[in-house]
Design a protein around this ligand. Structure first.
Ligand code: 2SA
Length: 428
């Protein structure tokens, strides 16, 4: 993981010592299950726990010798144990330990992400309330379309993030599977009862049918949901980048005191945080590709996924955690230029009311084609001459009264259902 984007508490859960401790927890849960079932002598797991050793240097030394990390771990952990060491890793294959511990870690990482998402949801909700009725231009294809409110734009982000929160809850369920089923997943040397008991202690469910590993579709789904959250953040960041363009200047990311925009041009305030979030989202997407490839392994397993997973799990969870924290900062400090929003609303001199004008003409009895052509012709003249659509309508349209035409060019008309839309959502 690039240290620059690694934040607490996510970064701590991925360090090597923590991983070895998790492996030990799994081994001890298995021993204690064997003990409860009367398969190994009473007291074995307690004594193993007391005498187990975690020593990174020793682990590295053994790994160097054996070139097998789980054998190195077992040698290290049991190096000070007495005879109960016989039952440590008894009937297990390496991935019983690795995969089960990995699921515990991924559940833990998911909890951190969920906490952070909750904070972000609150920030989004609050912001959407602040700007609930703030008029702004709605753009489609980057072109001025019709008036809307800035709050609605944010409520749309909130709604997507809320769906993502629910998806993440489901992803946590989907990743909370372990396996203690032996070398090819058929429980030949470790009975299913041991798995059930051990996994219960670790708050995991048994993988219904495992091979040597927990199937990688679980992990691919998890990573895909993480990338989906990242893409929602990227959408927010992209919008703000557009709104921060000099010609638009409707919103700006926070620019803290002492911050510098450009080494060459002292006047600049660049949307660097939004741009960083977009870049990180690209990286998040790349993890999905790897996670899907990891789903396709040979027979009961090969180990081609292992090296790739050393990157994607710590990096995906830490990167998304960083993105969530920074998006919260971005939105809490967002600078909004409401006066520029109003100014930009008038940029096209009333063209944004063209649909309403057309509909009012239809109501007066014109065919849709007739009304469309009339309004389009007036709009083209508006572009060419710089005259406003309202003035051109007053001069050229006879089927509507002056008052009716005045009413058409009213931005409030466009926000009359805003309250209703908000009512569908409840703030968190
Ligand atoms: O219980 C077993 O170990 C069974 C064995 N399968 C393995 N299961 C889990 N780990 C294994 C396995 N094989 C190797 N290794 C060790 O995994 C490490 C892989 O390193 P890397 O590719 O860098 O991620 C690296 O340390 C490898 O030595 C099998 O033969 O099916």
């Amino acid at each position: 993981m690039v240290e620059r984007y690694a934040l607490s508490p996510m970064k701590e859960i991925w360090n090597q010592e923590r991983t070895l401790k998790r492996w030990l927890e799994v081994e001890l849960a298995v021993m204690s299950a064997y003990e409860e079932l009367g398969i190994i002598p009473a007291g074995s797991s307690g004594s193993a726990e007391k005498n187990a050793l975690i020593d990174l240097n020793l682990f590295k030394e053994y790994e160097e010798q054996t070139d097998h990390e789980v054998i190195a771990f077992v040698k290290m952990a049991t190096s000070r144990m007495g005879k109960e060491a016989r039952f440590f890793h008894y009937g297990l294959t390496s991935s019983d330990v690795i995969d089960t511990a990995l699921s515990v870690t991924l559940v833990e990482s998911c909890n951190i992400l969920l906490d952070q998402m909750k904070k972000l949801l609150k920030t989004l909700w609050d912001l959407s309330i602040t700007y609930k009725y703030t008029l702004t231009i709605g753009r489609t294809h980057g072109i001025h379309a019709e008036p809307t409110t800035f709050g609605l734009k944010i409520l749309n982000w909130y709604s997507e993030m809320k769906r993502n929160y629910e998806r993440l809850l489901f992803a946590r369920e989907q990743i909370a599977f372990g396996k203690i089923s032996g070398a090819v997943g058929n429980y030949a040397n470790v009975p299913p009862e041991v798995e059930e008991l051990a996994l219960r202690k670790l708050n995991l469910k048994p993988s219904p049918v495992s091979s040597q590993i927990v199937n990688r579709d679980h992990h691919a789904f998890f990573i895909t949901v993480l990338a989906l959250v990242a893409s929602a953040i990227e959408r927010i960041a992209t919008e703000i980048r557009h709104l921060q363009k000099t010609e638009v200047l409707e919103a700006q990311e926070p620019f803290k005191s002492g911050q510098k925009g450009s080494s060459a041009m002292p006047h600049k305030k660049n949307p660097i945080l939004c741009e960083r979030l977009c870049g990180l989202s690209r990286i998040m997407r790349s993890f999905v590709y790897t996670a899907l490839e990891n789903n396709v392994l040979w027979h009961e397993r090969d180990i081609s996924h292992s090296s790739a997973e050393r990157y994607i799990f710590p990096d995906a969870t830490q990167t998304l955690h960083y993105m969530l924290v920074k998006t919260d900062y971005l939105l809490k400090g967002l600078v909004v230029y409401e006066e520029n929003m109003l100014k930009n609303l008038d940029l096209t001199r009333g063209l944004i009311y063209s649909q309403r004008l057309m509909l009012e003409l239809i109501k007066k009895g014109m065919s849709r084609n007739e009304a469309y052509d009339l309004v389009q012709n007036l709009s083209l003249r508006c572009w060419q001459t710089g005259e406003s659509l309202k003035d051109l309508s007053l001069k050229n349209i006879t089927v509507l009264s002056e008052e009716e035409i005045e009413n058409i060019f009213d931005s409030q008309y466009y926000i009359k259902h805003v309250d209703e839309i908000y009512k569908r959502f409840k703030g968190e």
